[in-house]
Write a protein that binds this ligand. Structure first.
Ligand SMILES: *Cc1c(COP(=O)(O)O)cnc(C)c1O
Length: 388
């Protein structure tokens, strides 16, 4: 059976050129980058080169502004907790949105529950968009941080980050964006976006898992994240994960060179998939903004059936997708993102996310368009609500 992977929003396959670049750093180049000798220097140089590439990908002004982390989750934790602890004497109010990734939401909840912070969770409209005016209205005397994601991992909606950034700048409030779904897929420029902090992750753009970065604009007040050695300009102690960092650098280089091409390809596959689904299946709803959306994201609610059952049947046919409803650990709670967009529990439960990556083909889209309508018809034939 030919398998089709359409869960690139969860993770992407590693580019073979990335694997090739990493290889030597698992074997012959093993020196500790902090060591004085030539073995150490080789590792140090590899990190410097990788940092230059990631800095270039996001348009940062200084290499000092980029700290490598263990992934997107750590970058989000570091940004939010680091600013919170550096500025808590000034104020304890944070603004975020209702549709953030759990790496942001659960961090905010922790600060609320355990550290006495107050958090405003801004609502979104039916397309999943945050209104910049709402951000402006929510800013108070004691607001120390605004954290709004750039692109949503479930429904693909792209937020007006540059506008929100301008509002934050005018108000003098530190602004963080979780750009994990955006970096390497759409253009990201920290200056155009007016952000002070930005999170990214390697495995979402064909790099390795377990490595990411936090951009910290020069002058941003933030406390260090891990105490110990003096690595990462004294901000994040621990011996650097050299192979992973090299892989992230290579992924950034590849993404930079092929960004326009990748976007064009994904948009064309995505639109073919969306229109194909809309033509072949009735009673469906596209979730997320139709234009302001990630090039590879398709999220639909297929009414009268459960997302989980669709996933199981697709998996049996060799198609890997994800449910927009219960994203983690087999939990049957409907997605907080879809509920925030005003979907009912029933409709949220019937959602399906297909996320395309740079290795997907037209033939694979055709295969999904052949299998999915049959799966839906099958499940609906057993659905009392549909038949009733
Ligand atoms: C995947 C993802 C994360 C977490 O990144 P990891 O590297 O897996 O920790 C955070 N935010 C968003 C929007 C994501 O899609």
């Amino acid at each position: 059976m030919t398998k089709v992977y359409m869960d690139n929003g969860a993770t992407t396959p590693v580019d073979p050129k990335v694997i090739e670049a990493m290889q030597p750093y698992f074997s012959e180049v093993y020196g500790n980058p902090s060591s004085f000798h030539s073995f150490g220097r080789e590792g140090r140089n590899a990190i410097t080169e990788a940092r230059d590439k990631v800095v270039e990908l996001i348009g940062a002004d200084y290499t000092k502004e980029l700290i490598f982390t263990s992934g997107g989750t750590e970058a989000d934790n570091y940004a939010i907790k680091g600013v919170a602890s550096a500025l808590e004497a000034k104020g304890k109010h944070i603004i975020t949105s209702a549709v953030e990734h759990h790496a942001v939401l659960h961090t905010c909840k922790y600060l609320e529950k355990r550290r006495g912070f107050e958090v405003t969770y801004l609502p979104v409209d039916e397309d999943g968009l945050v209104n910049p005016e709402d951000v402006k209205d929510a800013i108070r005397e004691d607001t120390i941080l605004i954290t709004i994601m750039m692109a949503n991992n479930e429904v693909g909606t792209i937020q007006p980050i540059a506008q929100i950034g301008e509002i934050a700048k005018e108000a003098g409030v530190t602004f963080h964006t979780d750009a994990v779904q955006a970096v390497g897929t759409i253009p990201v420029d920290v200056n155009e976006l007016n952000v002070d902090l930005l999170s990214l992750s390697g495995h979402k753009f064909n790099g390795p898992k377990g490595v990411g970065a936090l951009y910290i604009r020069k002058g941003t007040r933030i406390n260090k994240f891990m105490h110990g050695g003096a690595q990462e300009r004294n901000r994040r102690a621990t011996t650097e994960n050299v192979p992973a960092i090299v892989g992230l650098g290579k992924a950034a280089e590849i993404a930079m060179e092929g960004l326009e091409q990748k976007q064009e390809k994904l948009v064309s596959l995505r639109d073919k998939l969306i229109s194909g689904i809309e033509e072949r299946i009735d009673h469906i709803k596209l979730n997320g903004h139709r234009e302001k959306r990630l090039p590879g994201n398709v999220n639909v609610s297929i009414k009268y059936i459960e997302g989980e059952s669709i996933l199981m049947k697709l998996d049996l046919a060799g198609i890997a997708a994800s449910s927009g409803s219960a994203c983690t650990s087999g939990s049957l709670d409907p997605s907080h993102v879809l509920l925030s967009m005003g979907l009912t529990h029933e409709v949220a439960h019937g959602s399906l996310r297909l996320t395309l990556g740079k290795y997907n083909t037209k033939a694979e889209v055709d295969r999904v368009l052949e299998v999915l309508p049959k799966v839906v018809a099958d499940l609906r034939s057993m659905s009392p609500i549909y038949n009733g």
